[in-house]
Design a protein around this ligand. Sequence first.
Ligand code: FAD
Length: 452
Amino acid sequence: MSDLKCKLLIIGAGPGGYVCAIRAGQLGLDTIIVDEARPGGTCLNVGCIPSKALIHAAEEFHRITVANDGPLGITAAAPRIDLARTISWKDGIVARLNAGVSGLMKKAGARLITGSARFLDGKTVRVEGAEGVHEIRAEHIVIATGSAPVELPFLPFGGDILSSTEALALTDLPARMAVVGGGYIGLELGTAFAKLGSKVTVIEAEDRLLPTYDKALTAPVVKRLKALGVTVMTGAKAQGFAGGVLSTDQGEVPADKVLVTVGRRPRTQGIGVEELALTMSGPFIRIDQTCQSSMKGIYAIGDVTGEPMLAHRAMAQGEMVAEHLAGHPVEWDKQAIPAVCFTDPEIVTCGALPGEVEGTKSAEFPLAANGRAMTCESEAGFVRVVWRESDHAVLGLQAVGAHMSELSAAFSIAIEMGARLEDIGATIHAHPTQSEGLQEACLKALGHALHI
Ligand code: FAD
């Protein structure tokens, strides 16, 4: 066993932890980061990156399948997909990024130790791994242990019952897949499997899919799922799985695999957090404006701190904590956190939704009136702006449509910089691009849209 000391110890090398380590290293803080798995966390290994790789492969395959004899005049031989090869391509991307993250932390001067961490007290952590056992004493400790899929007691993970992690590693395409939970993870993966050729059924307990988004935003997604042959059961509760049949309170669903995506829980158990008696906020660790927990010197970032459980929020928190510990006068002052559903079509939201803030109004510009959308056969959807009536400040931006995720940066910049409708309306947007929808939505809000 070896005893180590450092200024900053980070537990978990997901997007929160590894960004914190890189920035802390850049700022000259003596930093150790520990992870029991490969660096990159859920996001890089079994989340954002693998899911987007599978979504891309499924989309490419589907496009070739439906292009035959379509309006574009393309004829192609019947395509086939070798899912094992697709998964190995995805694994290659993950491996490249694992190495990239390790390299970036090393370059910044942060030391990565592989092993499982557990608090001994508020300043000491025991790490056990293949490299041996370390007791690490640190001035400051950041908990960045992330989250894990929620398991339903009557659908325990294993065998044909999958979490998103196993679904992203399937090398044989299931003929029939039941997806329990119609949130963004279930719909992203369900859509991908439908495009690859599985017969997909989505079972959602609420009365509609993506219940955290408004109906106008989700309507194009629901329509597209129908067109892809996905069966959607809303207000339905799964009850158990046996003999290739998922039972629900609305009847039986034959399925070769059942993907359970009913949410994620913070990983706060088994690491000694209970013994530290940190103040919690429900299942999450409560933090202040600098991500400090109720115990001085202990910080928490990312999914363990609550919603929105998104990689870019974790990263921004990690960067801020490093700056704070280096003595910079920073605190969490973000105006908005963008969120993207990589469904078909994509949904992006940033800031206030219509009706959420008093004294606001909203306007939508349909992509059907956008030339670029027509040339890409992606006319479904719209760009929407929510603005304050008194001063025209843009408080919210949302869109649904193909490739709309790429508008998320423009949305965040506009809100973060306090843009007014007039600012965006007067900004030249390149033609022909779908981003013109943003300018047009603001012009429409001002009462003089040009292309509608
Ligand atoms: P994590 O990424 O979960 O990392 C925590 C790390 O801590 C892990 O590596 C774990 O091994 C380690 N750890 C835990 N306990 C210990 C311990 N005791 N000792 C040592 N190490 C430990 N977010 C987006 O923003 N965009 C997306 O498109 C997106 N898509 C997703 C798709 C899927 C299928 C899933 C599952 C998630 C997706 N997410 C997405 C969410 C995103 O992955 C998480 O919000 C993000 O990874 C959280 O980062 P984190 O640093 O808090 O924790």
